[in-house]
Design a protein around this ligand. Structure first.
Ligand code: PLP
Length: 451
């Protein structure tokens, strides 16, 4: 008998182009249902959603209050264009501004359809506000795949746009990376000092009077779940203040509880001038992104047109979904649960795995946003497979083993992110660590067998 998954897999492979991957890769389970932290394929097999989809399904699948709000909005009004005023849009904008650290100063929200468009619009706002043109972003960053957002991106997914579809005025710098210091630092404090000196040098070399904004992920996401060295982000803020440069935090991945606060800037004590968001704002149930602008900068657009617009800006169904989602985070105390419950248990469990498996070079993370980095040799830190290389090699074994044992994750080169939905229970964390343990054992055996 042919399994349901097999025929659907064949259809998917035949008709769907999957982002960033060549067609003809290994078949994947066909996911047809989700509930809480679990996914189910067409044959009924269950998987833990180890990376919340693309670090986005923060409330898990099928949250009842969000589903109810979506149903209610479908029955009331599915679409009101952005040039109309609308009840749920007003409510969500207010809720989002209340989540920032801007206090009485406040701010305003501009809605987009995802993270890439949010970043592209944010840099337009920064250029309009400052009258300057240059934008600084980090290497080892991802900010989206449109021309503007891909230009901001500091890794190989930008290369697809080069040379013809990049935008002018974007300059890259190296940010801190404690495990693989670009500055040959030997401790985190030295890393912070050298990384900030490097950034100061880049600003000086680019002419500070021409730099509109620094746009940075407060925790680097798909480039390795990198938590910056202590004080680094505060130092970036200070450099921005010194030169009149705007600080834009790309909170597309880190927002809405992923690091244990509404926005990661709060977790690190850094107040940005703009925040870009997407993903967790609706727990990814419908597409939505946006830019939050501090009031003193938003005022620029009191007597000048906002230099961006989309048919689906502030889409009614997305607004209702986002409103129910951010209220669920608050009502269920999700942000505190991440810091007090999930973070310590996940960290301890993953550190136990590092102590057990030589192949794990580093465990790092914050909140419910962790990663295992795999190495050939712990002393030299040689990556198990090259970063930005072409072959998955033994990491394909890990991916297959995870699926076999009931966990679904996306991997990037030698890194496995561990970022489950923020509703995960203690027992489910333990169960998840056990699955990862078994899969890593199979990876280690496969690597040993190859030697
Ligand atoms: C930090 C960051 N910024 C921006 C984006 C782009 O968001 P979107 O895929 O919604 O365009 C992503 C996507 O993963 C991201 O991780």
């Amino acid at each position: 008998m042919i399994a349901a998954d097999e025929t659907l897999q064949a259809k998917h492979a035949r008709y769907v182009l999957t982002p960033w991957t060549p067609s003809g890769g290994p078949p994947a389970p066909v996911i047809v249902r989700g509930e809480g932290i679990y996914l189910y394929d067409a044959d009924g097999k269950r998987y833990t959603d180890l990376t919340s989809g693309l670090i986005s399904t923060n409330l898990g699948h099928g949250h009842p209050a969000v589903r109810a709000a979506m149903h209610a909005q479908v029955d009331r009004l599915c679409f009101g264009p952005p040039n109309w005023f609308n009840d749920v849009r007003a409510e969500l904008a207010e809720e989002l501004i209340r989540l920032t650290q801007w206090g009485d100063d406040g701010g305003r929200a501009f809605f987009t359809v995802g993270g890439a468009s949010a970043n592209e619009d944010a840099i337009k706002f920064a250029r309009a506000v400052t009258g300057r043109t240059k934008i600084l972003t980090a290497y080892r960053s991802f900010h989206g795949s449109g021309s503007g957002s891909a230009t901001l991106t500091g890794e190989n997914r930008r290369w697809f746009n080069e040379p013809n579809t990049v935008i002018p005025g974007v300059v890259h710098f190296w940010a801190s990376f404690p495990y693989r210091s670009p500055f040959f630092a030997t401790d985190p404090e030295e890393e912070t000092r050298r990384a900030l000196q490097h950034l100061a040098d880049v600003i000086a070399a680019e002419n500070p009077a021409q730099v509109a904004a620094i746009l940075i992920e407060p925790v680097v996401g798909t480039n390795g779940v990198i938590v910056h060295s202590p004080g680094y982000l505060a130092g970036v803020r200070a450099l921005c203040d010194h030169h009149g440069i705007l600080l834009i935090l790309d909170e597309v991945m880190t927002g809405f509880g992923r690091t244990g606060a509404a926005f990661a800037g709060e977790r690190f004590g850094v107040v940005p001038d703009m925040i870009t968001f997407a993903k967790g704002v609706t727990s990814a149930y419908v597409p939505l992104g946006g830019v939050l602008l501090r009031e003193r900068f938003a005022r620029t657009f009191d007597d000048r047109p906002v230099p961006a617009g989309h048919t689906y800006s502030g889409h009614t169904l997305a607004m209702a979904t986002g409103l129910a989602t951010v209220r669920a985070y608050r009502d269920e105390n999700i942000y505190d649960r991440v810091t007090s419950g999930i973070e310590p248990r996940l960290r301890a469990g993953l550190e136990r795995l590092r102590d057990k498996h030589e192949i794990i070079g580093d465990v790092r993370g914050i909140g419910a946003f962790f990663a295992l980095e795999f190495v050939r040799d712990r002393k030299t830190r040689t990556p198990l497979i090259p970063w930005q290389g072409t072959a998955l090699g033994p990491m394909a074994t890990l991916s297959a083993a995870l699926k076999k044992h009931g966990a679904y994750a996306f991997l990037r080169y030698n890194i496995l992110p561990i970022a489950p939905p923020l509703i995960i229970t203690d027992d489910q964390i333990d169960e998840t660590i056990a699955i990862v343990d078994t899969a890593v054992s199979e990876l280690a055996d496969a690597v040993t067998a190859q030697r």
